[in-house]
Design a protein. Structure first.
Length: 307
């Protein structure tokens, strides 16, 4: 009997786990759960005898992949797979997949939740501002970026996007204005919402040069990865500009310094919660389970992200 492990430090909603179980039961697979683990040793032990593993932001590094002696597939129930050592997966003949698009709306909604919170001064009762009529720049027009655009139009915002990997026509078809140089996105838009993955090229790439160009009332919204921000430059921009605001789904490493010096100008979630809705858990979790069954039963390797 094939064994599927759900290893989630940040658990899925129960309704999603129940849905995953229905899929694995129907396929005749056994489902095992490792939730809220705090020790990597627990993951190493749990992965030892399973054929497949579903993870979220859980770290599937070379030790974990080597420990999965029977492991054939690991599915990241979500978009970003910077937590999987892809080379190690390939080396061990393990297929790595993600579930693109499944949790995107939840992330986009959180971006707006944070923007409204900040525009209304953390709901402290003082006069705030509105999103209507403001320019928002979407940095990377993928699945989340597209939802951000849709919601932004609902708020009456003027929507721009920069993404050299997406055809101009496809972006314009959504009514979004295309910016062809990244600097122009930052110099044009008061709000910039980040949707780039964390890669060797993007890490530390959101720097002083870009942030210092933003117009008055600059608000950077990061529901992507904290690693894409150059934190040294972020602190410099905070120090130089009284109007700068930073909203991030997960605390930056320099959180203590920002909290001490720039009170009221930031909001950080203590743990990444962009995709933490029942709907996103169900969408991504069930997609992951179906991808595993389709892989074993039909050899389907759609959504494979390693070579
Ligand atoms: C993703 O890459 O899908 C999001 O960052 C969500 O991550 P999570 O599953 O850890 O909440």
């Amino acid at each position: 009997m094939r064994k599927v492990l759900i290893a989630t430090d940040k658990p899925f909603a129960k309704v999603a786990v129940d849905g995953i179980r229905r899929i694995t039961d129907a396929a005749g697979y056994e489902l095992v759960l490792l939730e809220k683990y705090t020790d990597k040793a627990d993951l190493l032990k749990a992965v030892a005898d399973v054929d497949a593993m579903i993870i979220r932001s859980d770290i599937a590094d070379k030790d974990v992949l080597a420990a999965g002696k029977k492991l054939k597939i690991v599915v990241r129930a979500g978009a970003g797979y910077d937590n999987i050592d892809l080379a190690a997966a390939t080396e061990h003949n393990i297929v790595a997949m993600n579930t693109p698009g499944q949790n995107s709306n939840a992330v986009a909604e959180l971006a707006f939740g944070m923007m409204v919170l900040m525009a209304r001064n953390n709901y402290n009762g003082s006069s705030g501002s509105e999103l209507r009529g403001k320019k928002i720049g979407i940095h990377a027009y993928g699945n989340v970026g597209r939802y951000v655009a849709k919601i932004a139009f609902g708020f009456g915002m003027d929507v721009y996007a920069f993404d050299p990997f997406v055809k101009k026509d496809a972006i314009e078809a959504d009514g979004v204005k295309v910016v062809t140089a990244v600097e122009d996105l930052y110099s044009t838009c008061q709000y910039v919402s980040l949707h780039i993955p964390a890669t060797a090229q993007t890490k530390n790439s959101i720097n002083y040069e870009l942030l210092s160009k933003m117009p008055k009332g600059a608000t950077l919204v990061n529901t992507a990865r904290k690693e894409v921000i150059c934190e040294e430059d972020l602190l410099k921009v905070f120090a130089e500009r009284a109007d700068f605001r930073y909203l991030s789904d997960i605390e930056p490493a320099c959180k203590a310094e920002i909290a001490e010096k720039f009170a009221g100008k930031f909001f950080f979630t203590p743990k990444k919660i962009g995709a933490q809705t029942e709907e996103a858990n169900i969408n991504a979790g069930l997609a992951a389970a179906n991808q595993i069954v389709n892989f074993f039963e039909k050899g389907d390797i759609s959504f494979k992200v390693n070579k």
